[in-house]
Design a protein around this ligand. Structure first.
Ligand SMILES: N[C@@H](CCC(=O)N[C@@H](CS)C(=O)NCC(=O)O)C(=O)O
Length: 225
């Protein structure tokens, strides 16, 4: 980042897109200030700094606003050349990381929401689609990054994108009361469980119980009596 380094993050505590940005800033060793946003009553700051999507996260760097989590991660990586890099140096590896990060970004949350909002056979179908999506992801990353699924120590671009969202899976399934066939995506879930144990992930992910309550409230689940 440039010399006058003022970094602020407009965020919502439960947003995995915001967790991504916080993880990236921490990996790079950049200190930042959080501005918590109430998404039910959006602030003038958010509306002014992200007038197109009106969503968090927004990174404010010396007064310049950057939106969209994947773009923010690349911005952070490019601005601070010293220290660990988030994307690999090799262009082909970098392209693969971007490809699988995009795949996960486009498919994971929409697939998860389909499970949350359906029931009966529709939910069974949604879960099957989700399993298949994760199977393709698992196979793709095993092929391109042979050691990735066994490693939980280094955190780069893909671990940030996948871990920030994927590490919360228990909260989603607990809120909905879903009995998910974890054995079908065994490699993926053991990698995610390992990632969840990284100190940086642990301190940055939203608290489990608070997240379960938020998801339950958002999707209006009835507790079975
Ligand atoms: N593609 C965006 C997604 C960001 C996003 O969906 N943020 C949600 C919070 S998790 C939001 O601000 N929602 C407010 C709204 O939809 O009005 C990114 O990667 O940053």
């Amino acid at each position: 980042m440039s010399k006058i380094c003022e970094v602020k993050l407009v965020r919502a505590w439960f947003s995995s897109y915001c967790t991504r940005v916080e993880l990236a800033l921490k990996v790079k060793g950049i200190s930042y200030e959080c501005i918590e946003e109430d998404l039910r009553n959006k602030s003038d700051l958010l509306l002014k700094q992200n007038p197109v999507h009106k969503k968090v996260p927004v990174l404010l760097h010396n007064g310049n606003a950057i939106s969209e989590s994947l773009i923010i991660l690349e911005y952070i990586d490019e601005c601070l050349k010293d220290g660990p890099t988030l994307l690999p140096c090799d262009p082909y590896q970098r392209a693969q990381v971007r490809f699988w990060a995009n795949y996960f970004d486009q498919k994971y949350m929409s697939g998860m929401i389909k499970i949350l909002v359906t029931s009966g056979s529709e939910r069974d179908n949604a879960m099957e689609e989700f399993c298949e999506m994760l199977r393709v992801f698992e196979e793709g990353i095993s092929k391109h990054f042979s050691t990735l699924l066994c490693s939980k120590d280094s955190i780069g671009f893909l671990e940030i994108v996948v871990g920030s969202t994927g590490c919360n899976y228990r909260a989603f399934f607990e809120a909905v009361g879903v009995d998910y066939p974890f054995e079908k995506n065994h490699k993926y879930f053991s990698w995610i469980d390992g990632l969840r144990e990284c100190p940086l992930m642990k301190e940055t992910l939203p608290p489990h119980e608070k997240l379960v309550a938020k998801i339950t409230e958002k999707f209006n689940f009835q507790t079975e009596s």
